[in-house]
Design a protein around this ligand. Structure first.
Ligand code: NAP
Length: 259
């Protein structure tokens, strides 16, 4: 299926690895020029070169922290009149509800709620003026089914989801389509970090931790960044123009719910 977005320009945040990389690669395969971002320059340059070599699209890299105001200013300068925005950043650390301080909450809100909101506020007026835009926010399955040890994530991402629910309906008539993509367990560094937490908490090996978490997924395995990226590319495509403010779960069936 032709996604109809060849020649568009996308800002894909936090994209040197993992799910952000999967989204950048899938968009590039559709002929979309990219601004890619991560904090660490080396892996970012390598990721950009891999995508350039494979697809031939134009890729600009901005090594900066997307959760800071200065970082976002650099990214927005490079993004110019981007047609597509994919928001992403690292997830908050796990912990216990009684231990989190005000500062911990503010850091989670900054990274996983206020940063995507600020980027949407900066880029969507231009999209609306030009009559076309797509926004995909990478959130988490924890929005639909809370993961107790990830309370900071549950809280901040649900706030973002509330913002999107209303705003998506305000900009849709101008051709700007916002949706959220909710990963379940995917095979990325983040999953390895969470598996490591399980090994420490339960005194089991990495293989055991992975088998235990896979067993909780009806598909029986972790998701791949390629699958995630392909879904993102669809949400950014011409075909997604009537899909407004949805929360699309990609979790191998992990969230046990009828709707
Ligand atoms: P990952 O494999 O660890 O990759 C994270 C990417 O984001 C890297 O490129 C990293 O590069 C970049 N990054 C992190 N913080 C950044 C920042 N402040 N500014 C700019 N770039 C930043 O993680 P992932 O698995 O793709 O996860 C992506 C998001 O999905 C996270 O928020 C995670 O919590 C959420 N999620 C993941 C899963 C899963 O199973 N993988 C499940 C549910 C939710 P640098 O470190 O160099 O900055």
């Amino acid at each position: 299926m032709d996604m109809g977005i060849k020649g568009k320009k996308a800002l894909v945040c936090a994209s040197s690895k993992g799910l952000g990389f999967g989204c950048a690669q899938a968009l590039a395969r559709e002929g979309v020029d990219l601004v890619m971002n991560a904090r660490t320059e080396g892996p970012l340059l390598e990721a950009a070169e891999k995508i350039r070599t494979e697809t031939g699209v134009d890729v600009v890299t901005v090594a900066t922290d997307v959760t800071t105001e200065q970082g976002r200013a650099k990214l927005l300068a490079a993004a110019g009149q981007a047609d597509i925005l994919v928001t992403n950043a690292g997830g908050p650390p796990p912990g216990m509800w009684s231990d989190w301080s005000r500062e911990d909450f503010i850091a989670a809100f900054d990274a996983n709620m206020l940063t995507p909101i600020a980027l949407m506020q900066a880029l969507m007026p231009g999209m609306a003026e030009r009559g076309w835009g797509r926004v995909v926010n990478i959130t988490s399955q924890s929005v639909k089914a809370p993961i107790p040890v990830l309370g900071l994530s549950n809280t901040a991402r649900t706030g973002l989801t509330g913002f999107v629910a209303g705003t998506a309906r305000q900009v849709a008539a101008q051709g700007v389509i916002i949706n959220n993509l909710l990963p379940g367990i995917h095979d990325t560094d983040r999953a390895i970090a969470l598996d490591t937490g399980v090994t420490q908490a339960q005194g089991i090996t990495m293989d055991e931790a992975r088998a235990q978490r896979s067993a909780a997924i009806p598909a029986g395995r972790y998701g791949t960044r390629e699958e995630f990226g392909a879904t993102c590319a669809f949400l950014c495509s011409q075909h997604a123009g009537f899909m407004v403010g949805q929360n699309v779960l990609l979790d191998g069936g992990g969230v046990n719910a009828t709707i």
